[in-house]
Ligand binder design. Structure first.
Ligand code: ATR
Length: 278
């Protein structure tokens, strides 16, 4: 059986094996997919050892995506743009890398916008946070045809800096959020608050800047964040990052296995949600 895996630090909670095993069973193409822990200073050795032993492909997660990009001998165009990689594989003895995070986010978001009947061209979007996670979604949002994107961050100057890099991105101070002329159709929480138990904005403010069809999207997964709990209490569509995780995995799986039939994304998402509950 061909062997695949996901490398990270930490790695215990990775859902990638569940997703890839699901796809492999769905199309009856057996693979083995495991979790691989790497020490922070031995990522290169871990990767080399995996491929020397005949491994076929790897997913790369935090904090090694930059190193994976640097280690690869050939890069896809989208990896070049992201300057980070979450997929590695060997082809004719050459180590390739790809970045499927952006497309995973785009596919997940397209599905949600369609579900809520929101058109990208007229959608009003707010990004909360101005770190790496926020930066990674700006290009995909713009490529989706979304033009009206605001960014707010606890440290305003960081939002302003990002706005300088992306033409059309509007920095907005947290305290000015409540004076918006219209509500947002999509609010993306790209802050690290999900890891603690706070939300970047209070419930009252969230209520003020949303309408019944607003999508509240948290980039983290595996935990119901305060931001999502608040959104649910307002009856908004509240989604975590599992959808984009499944979508990015699907793209990697397709690169590795070239399946002749479409992968069942919705069922994979159900499977990974069910595995959380056990
Ligand atoms: P990542 O690469 O995952 O985006 P990061 O670069 O450390 O991580 O960025 C974390 C983001 O979460 C930042 O926008 C940070 O705000 P600051 O720039 O003001 O630090 C935001 N963040 C973290 N904790 C927060 C909190 N308690 N409230 C609001 N924003 C928070």
């Amino acid at each position: 059986m061909d062997v695949y895996g996901v490398v990270g630090h930490p790695i215990t909670h990775s859902q990638s094996p569940v997703i890839h095993q699901f796809f492999s069973e769905q199309i009856q193409d057996p693979i083995y997919y495991g979790k691989i822990f790497s020490e922070l200073d031995s990522f290169k050795a871990t990767v080399n050892q995996f491929f020397e032993r005949g491994g076929k492909g790897l997913n790369i997660t935090v904090p090694f995506k930059l190193e994976a990009f640097e280690l690869a001998q050939k890069r896809t165009a989208r990896a070049e743009i992201a300057k980070a990689a979450n997929v590695l594989w060997l082809k004719d003895g050459i180590l390739w890398c790809d970045n499927t995070d952006g497309i995973g986010f785009v596919r997940d978001l397209e599905r949600l916008l369609h579900q809520q009947n929101i058109k990208p061209a007229t959608a009003k979007v707010l990004i909360l946070g101005a770190g790496g996670a926020a930066q990674g979604v700006i290009d995909p949002l713009m490529n989706l045809g979304i033009n009206d994107i605001s960014i707010a961050n606890r440290t305003f100057v960081k939002a302003q800096e990002l706005a300088k890099q992306f033409q059309g991105l509007q920095p907005i101070a947290m305290e000015d959020l409540e004076h918006q002329s219209s509500q947002f159709d999509l609010i993306l929480n790209a802050t690290a608050t999900g890891l603690g138990d706070s939300s970047p904005i209070g419930l009252d403010l969230l209520k003020k800047i949303t309408h019944p069809k607003t999508i509240a999207y948290d980039m983290v997964y595996g935990k119901e964040t305060k931001f999502l709990k608040d959104a649910e209490s307002l009856d908004l569509l509240a989604v975590d990052g599992l959808g984009m995780l499944v979508e990015q995995a699907a793209d990697a799986f397709i690169t590795w296995r070239s399946p002749s039939q479409a992968l069942d994304i919705r069922s994979a998402l159900d499977a990974v949600r069910a595995s959380y509950k056990t």
